[in-house]
Design a protein around this ligand. Sequence first.
Ligand code: ZN
Length: 454
Amino acid sequence: MSKKNPFRGKDKKSKTGTPARGGEKRRRRLPSAIATVTAAVRVLTDEAGTAARSARRTRGLRRHGRLETLPPDARALCDLAYEGLQPELLADYHVHVAGVGTSPTGAFVHPRAHSMRDPRRFVRFAVFRRAYGITDDARADEQFLSRLLDCAKWYPSPPRHGLLAFDRFHRPDGSPDLANTELYVPNGYVFRLAADNPRLFAPVISVHPQRPDALEALEHWHAAGGRIVKWLPNVMGINPASPSCDPFYEMMRKLGLSLLSHGGTEHALETDDSLQYLGNPQRLERALSHGVKVIVAHCASLGRMPDLKQRTKKPVPCFDLFMNMMDDPQWEGLLFGEISGLVQANRGERPLRTIMERTDLHERLVNGSDYPIPALRLTIIPRRLARQGFIDTKQRRGLEAIRAVNPLLFDLVLKRTVRHPETGAQLPARIFYEHPDLPLATKSIGESIVENAG
Ligand SMILES: [Zn+2]
């Protein structure tokens, strides 16, 4: 299938401030593609082997009594991680679900993710397929779900996981653009999963603000029990600073919906470089100025972008832009951060250190795993965290053993284990709880669910 780009040859931004997707030249360069495949083979083999072993071990644990079969060091880490926690309050605000169409969920990934003709997408999806525990493509959706359920259940006491719907890329005229849609997870799918597993899952809405039915969709999924809306602007083609979002923000404020939006550059999903600017956290100030509560995913801890207020083109760390916003008194009570990503190797140690030191901001942070990212061994590297002084060698071994059976539990135990290298301070328990001002969803999911509706 050839990719059609409705914006090809146009400026990065249209006059209305609505994003336009850039060209695909970079992806088509053959040497780059060959290099990508070559480099990825080792990664893929490594991740695939790990994920397959992990899935096998999880099945083994199911037979043999779950966490009791972890090595003593790993069990001790779990016990320590839960010490002083109120387990019934635990929440994970950032869990991705996906589907490829082997069951009637309505979810899909970009068709080129299945084709070697697009090596970057193919390899990326292959890595995620393994991370999701998929070994049989004909039963991919079923295997994905069973692996997620296994992981979500197997904690000493499980958190409530926010399952993210993921809307399609939309053109400036509001029509869905499937050729540019990397991932689609309909709202109906996550609401159904949450209705079937209310103790484990809470549905998180995703609606593109340019959809002609955007306001009705917000009202519908709010009535069904959703309380948070998820965006990934760089991938969905959303400019949060566009005036065209104003009616959307007004409806969100009226309904009391909060926005969980990606901040910083995005590399986990295929993203055109010309759209990365949409991840500048400062663009979310437009939502804040409408009185919408905004949670910036990953505390915008990846990438550099220009400070839009300085009118200079010199890029600065997105994390600094986010922290400046957190320090701006006008956004107190409205702006929050979500900490998935801080333990990832590609962020360096500064964001994690800084967040641990800024105890004054801890009441404005929530936890997220960004599952399935914690399943990827080359993304979160305990050995490196040990070298940086956040954990010790014995903890590293215990954490690796936990990840081998349950990446979700690994993520929670890791963040409860890390200590500031100098002060020894740890992240406080309340970061891991559902925030009183940011409910994930109502406890029961309404009857107004429309199966597979977007
Ligand atoms: Zn994510």
